[in-house]
Design a protein around this ligand. Structure first.
Ligand code: HEC
Length: 143
């Protein structure tokens, strides 16, 4: 009985060893390429994001929406910090009062689509709707 058992075990061991040997000696082009590929060819998740962004034509636009403060500083402050072109200055409650009374939706619509001397999106070509909204909310929070 134990002889038979040992023979069986030996057979199983031999079979699995030959299986491992076969895998290591796989000379198919795919197996060789896989074993010999340079470590540097491995993409990180960040690389892939960049590739996907570039393929979608989005390069230059960050994946996460910028904060209201960042967008305001970059695209709105030129007029809304100075009053240029008659823009209501951030924090000037008198100038903003009647505008706020129109409701936030109207303000957002004017910011996105333009309103008199207020250019659509504040002329920010790479600002998303969400970023313009963030910038409007940032100015409203200052009142
Ligand atoms: C070139 C100057 C300029 C820039 C840049 C600019 N604005 Fe304006 N904005 C104006 C002017 C002028 C008005 C007032 C228009 C009017 O009431 O006739 C205005 C008005 C507004 C209003 C009030 C609209 C209303 O209904 O009363 C909002 C909201 C606004 N801007 C948001 C923004 C945001 C957000 C940005 C940046 C992404 C921005 N603006 C950039 C000139 C500018």
């Amino acid at each position: 009985m134990s002889l038979l058992r040992n023979l069986l075990l030996a057979g199983v061991a031999a079979a699995s060893l030959s299986g491992m040997a076969y895998a290591a000696n796989d000379m198919s082009p795919e197996a060789i390429a896989e074993r010999t590929k340079p470590v540097g060819s491995v993409y990180t998740a960040a690389d892939l994001e960049g590739i996907v962004d570039t393929a979608a034509g989005n390069s230059g636009e960050p994946a996460a929406p910028r904060s209201g403060e960042a967008v305001y500083t970059a695209a709105c402050a030129a007029c809304h910090a100075t009053g240029a072109a008659g823009a209501p200055i951030k924090g000037d409650a008198d100038a903003w009062g009647p505008r706020v009374a129109q409701g936030r939706d109207t303000l957002l619509s004017h910011a996105l689509n333009g309103f008199n001397a207020m250019p659509p999106r504040g002329a920010c070509g790479n600002c998303s709707d969400e970023e313009i909204t963030n910038a409007v909310d940032y100015m409203l929070e200052a009142l």
